[in-house]
Ligand binder design. Sequence first.
Ligand code: PMP
Length: 360
Amino acid sequence: MQDRIYNFAAGPSTLPLEVLQEIQQEMLNYDGSGMSVMEMSHRSKMYLNVFEETKNTLRRVMNIPENYEILFLHGGATGQFSMVPLNLGKTGKADYIVTGNFAKKAAQEAAKFIDVNIAYDGKANNFTLIPKQEELNLSVDADYVHICANNTIYGTEWRDYPETGDIPLVADMSSDILSKPVDVSKFGLIYAGAQKNMGIAGLAVVIARQDLLESHRDNIPVLMEYNTMVKNDSMYNTPATFSIYVLGKVVKWIESLGGLKAMEERNRRKAALLYDYLDNSTFYRALADKSARSLMNVTFRTPSEELDALFVKQSSAAGLSNLKGHRVAGGLRASIYNAMSYEGVKALVDFMKEFEKENG
Ligand code: PMP
């Protein structure tokens, strides 16, 4: 595919070529139906098969226990910033561990509805670290503890999740879901926007322990009540049909490559290539602390903002796109989700070497 670039965008982001090709092939006439998936009724038998297969494959790939619901919702991960406190804040208080911008946004949104205890704030270390258990100021009576599993903007990621005893742990896994095996039973609820490792925008996936989803108040907007969505199998209204279909393709692609263990190995190998190069360079500097580095979003800098800007410009011209860091963090960022190949990361490192030679 000569005219495809290496796309390091944080999301929406690159998709597996095989998935795109399958979608292309099925676009005009899905499985002999004479129409595309986009044109199908969400209640049709054919679409319901797509829907069920997507759910079943996701359950298999993530090893999701039977007492967990899988919901396909609207409103992105941001919608979950409101749904989680509205539904799980049963006695009206929760702990939030703030390790980055999205974790902070989740806490701010929750504070509209319930009392929020900030159990840790990484602002003092510029969000370069993930806290240790003893650094957390957890309450004994929180309804849940919220974390952001991977901090897309700062490039840090939880390795050992916090221990919360009987208090449900809720995780925003938008930017590292499906990148490695996760013990789902450790969590009360997991959510993710689909536009990184799960496919395309327009879909939020929620995986939640059934006993937590009973409603405790009757004034939750209908689309924001988990229970409504459980009772209607995510079809109270029209779901994001095409995004769900794409998710189905993505999880099958993961399964065909050996599942989440194989994904983790691939991701470790890719990230090591980039981090090892950064660690051996006196020109570039990796931003996240070694103990907390993300396998998905690698943040770094050149010696100056001017060189960062030149790097973005020249890398883009060389077919390596979207390497500019997020506006709140500055610097550079390479998002290397599941669908980014080892060859893509190698091409980036080769470019970095040349750039260092010319500007170092
Ligand atoms: N959480 C994380 C970790 C994210 O990376 C993002 C988006 N980049 C969001 C939440 C917000 O997601 P959405 O745009 O789907 O609402």
